[in-house]
Design a protein around this ligand. Structure first.
Ligand SMILES: O=c1ccn([C@@H]2O[C@H](COP(=O)(O)O)[C@@H](O)[C@H]2O)c(=O)[nH]1
Length: 275
């Protein structure tokens, strides 16, 4: 999917919501555990109930890898289901990969070619030759960790450099890489006070913003400086939506939570369009 298609979907749905599909078998409704593939069945019902309110889904691969081959199969079935039934939806493999060049190429093939995700999250720590193999794929997006939502994110990302901070150096340097137009950046919703500075460095790129909901990040605070003329934000909530209910009506409860966020987003977009 290209960026214009993503922007058009945001405009049509009046939403920039990304739903995180972080499936924990200890948290899903117990009646699903007798299904042959409980993880996929859970995802399928969540996706069917929320696809009109969300523009993106983000399975975090940890929640699939933890279940071995069965988890990987459930991930593959989930991405295939989204791509076949709701091809307009932007898909994110939250895998936080990145390695020496030839290894990064294989990671990129795994997520972009084999699984056919639109994007994958990548760690910047190993530098340009670890990220450029991902950027080489046309119409695929590399979402680089810039300033993460967790408290310890500042341990390294917030380190002072001569005139700046490390996360700012990551943003500035990444813009010089080949095919940098294929970049997006992760910035945590819990770091809303940093968005003003971040938007000065990357005014046009999309930001994937996890941390709304269970981690306490605030949508309005993020949007104050995070929004750009194309919206430029994908706001993720995982646990806050998918575990809103824990019985047979879980998908409807998830839909209600997604609807609340979508409605808030619709108002924010409307206000922005009024200048
Ligand atoms: O900085 C980051 C980067 C990634 N994540 C991931 O996003 C979701 C958040 O889940 P919630 O349940 O909405 O808290 C999860 O997959 C994280 O691994 C992040 O939180 N922060």
């Amino acid at each position: 999917m290209n960026k214009l298609e993503l922007i058009s979907q945001i405009q049509q749905k009046k939403s920039f919501l990304c739903i995180g599909l972080d499936v924990d078998l200890a948290k899903i409704p117990t009646h699903l555990l007798s299904e042959s593939d409980p993880i996929f069945e859970f995802n399928k019902q969540i996706i069917d109930a929320t696809h009109h309110l969300a523009v993106a889904y983000k399975p975090n691969t940890a929640f699939y890898e933890a279940y071995g081959i069965k988890g990987w199969v459930a991930l593959e079935k989930t991405i295939n289901y989204i791509n076949e039934k709701y091809p307009e939806i932007f898909t994110i493999a939250d895998a936080k990969r990145g390695d020496i060049g030839n290894t990064s190429t294989m990671y990129a093939k795994a997520f972009f070619e084999d699984l056919n995700f639109d994007s994958v999250t990548v760690a910047p720590y190993m530098g340009s030759d670890s990220v450029e193999p991902f950027l080489a794929f046309n119409n695929k997006h590399t979402i680089l960790l810039a300033l993460t939502s967790n408290k310890g994110g500042l341990d390294f990302q917030g380190l002072k450099t001569d005139n700046s901070e490390l996360y700012k150096e990551v943003l500035k340097t990444a813009l010089t890489w080949k095919n940098s137009e294929n970049l997006m950046f992760v910035v945590g919703a819990t770091k809303a006070e940093y968005f003003k500075d971040i938007r000065q460095i990357v005014p046009n790129h999309f930001l994937l913003v996890p941390g709304v909901g269970a981690q306490g990040g605030n949508l309005q605070d993020v949007c104050k400086y995070g929004l750009n003329n194309n919206c430029g934000l994908l706001i993720n909530s995982s646990r806050g939506i998918i575990y809103a209910g824990n019985d047979k009506g879980f998908a409807l409860k998830a839909k209600d939570e997604a609807f609340k966020l979508q409605q808030e987003m619709e108002q924010i977009l409307h206000k922005k369009s009024q200048g």
